[in-house]
Ligand binder design. Sequence first.
Ligand SMILES: Cc1cc2nc3c(=O)[nH]c(=O)nc-3n(C[C@H](O)[C@H](O)[C@H](O)COP(=O)(O)O)c2cc1C
Length: 199
Amino acid sequence: MKPAAPDLAAMNAATAWTWLAGEFTAAVGSAKHGLHLLTVATVGTDGQPEARTVVLRHVDPLRREVRFHSDIRSPKLRALRTSPRVALHWYDPALRVQVRVSAVAVIHYGDTVAAVTWNASQPMSRAIYTTAAAPGDALDAFPAGPSAPEADDDTGLGRFAVVSCRFDAVELLSLHAAGHQRVRLHLDRDPVTWTVLAP
Ligand SMILES: Cc1cc2nc3c(=O)[nH]c(=O)nc-3n(C[C@H](O)[C@H](O)[C@H](O)COP(=O)(O)O)c2cc1C
């Protein structure tokens, strides 16, 4: 049975954040979870906003951090070096919840975080980092899918980056049957507080 949208009126700020952090954690571990994919918006070097889908790879509720992985050569990583501010967006049609986050991105490349994450990732996940063409390069034809590299093949490590997005607030919109409920969670306060907003 489809789970109902969460009733924020039955929660407080702390329990709402605990609920959302639990869903994020479940989403990291399951490609079927509606929050497994998110949209990341960056501002390009020319000021143009760009948005794209990425996979939620890690969440740390205490540090208020989510991470995704990417190719260091990609345009979005170029943009982040100039302008690290990002907007993150999720909509889970099963939970009927929208999540919006303004965050600051830190790129882990060639450091311990990148190495530890690389070592823990599956060969199939590493395959995309073995291609000579950089994301966005113009090609003469569609490329063949890369095959999974050997477990000890670290060719892709030189292109692998972990992007950590840190934030202080989260906006949650629940399309609850009794009426839409929208809150801004202030996570940098102890205890966590919220502002109820007009949906
Ligand atoms: C379902 C899905 C998941 C994706 N996951 C990632 C990801 O985790 N990291 C990533 O860099 N690109 C991912 N992509 C590709 C990006 O959306 C994008 O096309 C690519 O990274 C180039 O983006 P850029 O030109 O803005 O740098 C994914 C695309 C789809 C459709």
